[in-house]
Design a protein around this ligand. Structure first.
Ligand SMILES: [Zn+2]
Length: 222
């Protein structure tokens, strides 16, 4: 059962299990629905183009946490520069906005389609974000997308096994959106399970395209 923990400026924060649900009372749209919307409607269209050009399937977006409006969405651009991960490319676009257009990062949500790697976690930290959500976890990236580098770098460079970095620390909290939806009971809602499956399928389809063409690209860690 949800309990209200905060109510100000027409928005209500609910705590349902461990998932923080921010509900915009104008649209009655909870945070998890909004994040799925942004993945499907804002990140995926860019990603389809990016993958067609030879990039990986990873994408990201930045939302204003007050009203859940989209500030910017972006996708992986590794064929330009191998450190232009989805998150880095999105941060680059964010800082090309005028100061008026972009929000203060501590008032924003950083949404990543896949759990950010060590490079991107550091970038998000230096940029000052407090809240991170991601849809696919490291294990998915390795097992389902055949990209093991996030876990391998943490183990080899940082001596961190099984991706066990501190998901809650003094800089930010990182939330596994997919897992939270599955464990909170929200997945029982038929439309949510259909949506989750649709997003999964779409990414698997794009992943196949990437894997098929990656040998023709010169991305060092492909
Ligand atoms: Zn990254």
């Amino acid at each position: 059962m949800a309990s209200i923990i905060y109510d100000k400026h027409n928005y209500k924060f609910f705590l349902l299990d461990t998932l923080l649900l921010l509900t915009n009372s104008n649209t009655n749209q909870p945070l998890y629905i909004r994040l799925l919307d942004v993945i499907e409607n804002d990140i995926l269209p860019k990603t389809r183009k990016g993958v067609a050009a030879g990039n990986k399937v990873f994408g990201a977006a930045i939302l204003n946490s007050a009203d859940l409006s989209l500030v910017i969405a972006g996708m992986n651009q590794e064929i330009i520069n191998p450190i232009f991960h989805g998150e880095i490319a999105t941060l680059n676009s964010f800082y090309q906005l005028s100061e008026r257009e972009r929000q203060r990062t501590n008032k924003c949500i950083f949404l990543s389609t896949h759990e950010p790697c060590s490079l991107c976690l550091s970038a998000i930290t230096f940029a000052g974000f407090k809240t991170i959500y991601y849809f696919f976890a490291y294990e998915d990236t390795r097992n389902e997308f055949n990209i093991p580098h996030d876990l391998d770098i943490l183990r080899e460079v940082f001596n961190i096994d099984d991706g066990n970095y501190k998901r809650k620390n003094c800089y930010w909290t990182a939330h596994d959106l997919g897992q939270l939806i599955r464990t909170s009971g929200l997945i029982e809602k038929k439309n949510i399970s259909v949506r989750m499956a649709r997003i999964n399928q779409e990414y698997k389809k794009l992943s196949k395209v990437y894997q098929k063409q990656k040998l023709t690209r010169l991305i060092p860690l492909d």
